[in-house]
Write a protein that binds this ligand. Structure first.
Ligand code: URA
Length: 214
């Protein structure tokens, strides 16, 4: 199955109650299907539900600026949400909705095979880390999973609601840029061929040197 097949299979999804609670579009995800960096938000809001695309409202505009500050563009990344349908009045997702939709997010990740997954806010972070941990404890740090690295960040909407978080979010995107820069390798130039694009190659951290004496 391809990413497109998966997206088509969810087009009229009615696996959970959100299908009957005023959803307009299933918001599957957008971006580069071969992205090495993926962003995962919580759930579509009003504008996303109308347009069928994640992060197109106010939080999306802020996200675009933050991405640019980290040297990323929306064309090169992939963006999806934990749940693909808008909860009524933007309420928090309910556990059965996350349980129903999570397998599709995992399938997206498996198909895209990003090296880095930036989770935006508590929902995405806890869903992918599979730990009930507050975002402020884990944000802007790399968590090395089996197949990719998770880099949690505050949700841009949180900074829109609480202006004092905006500087923190900007700082954290600076840390993301530093992480990307540290892990991006320039390919060896070869003869007459055009220079290959730099690639993200994340090495797991070295295990602490073993203590031979104990
Ligand atoms: N917030 C999210 O978590 N996702 C969106 O797509 C838009 C706002």
């Amino acid at each position: 199955m391809t990413l497109l097949d998966l997206s088509k299979s969810l087009h009229n999804c009615d696996r959970c109650k959100l299908a009957k609670l005023g959803r307009t579009h299933v918001v599957f995800g957008v971006g580069n299907p071969h992205a090495s960096v993926m962003f995962v938000g919580e759930a579509p809001g009003f504008n996303e539900d109308q347009k069928g695309e994640p992060f197109v409202g106010a939080a999306g505009k802020l996200l675009n600026d933050l991405l640019a500050s980290a040297g990323l563009s929306r064309d090169e990344i992939y963006i999806a949400n934990v749940i693909k349908c808008r909860p009524p009045n933007n309420r928090d997702p309910e556990p059965d909705e996350v349980e129903t939709c999570k397998p599709f997010l995992l399938q997206q990740i498996q198909m895209i095979r990003p090296k880095l997954v930036c989770t935006l806010g508590n929902w995405a972070t806890q869903t992918l880390l599979e730990r009930k941990v507050g975002i402020s404890k884990v944000k802007a740090q790399a968590f090395y999973m089996k197949d990719f690295v998770i880099f949690p960040l505050l949700h841009p909407a949180a900074a829109l609601h609480q202006g004092n978080l905006l500087d923190t979010l900007k700082e954290d995107f600076k840390k993301l840029k530093e992480f990307l820069d540290r892990n991006t390798k320039l390919a060896e130039p070869t003869s007459a061929a055009p220079a290959p694009a730099p690639t993200l190659q994340i090495e797991p951290p070295q295990p602490a040197q073993m203590d031979l004496f104990g």
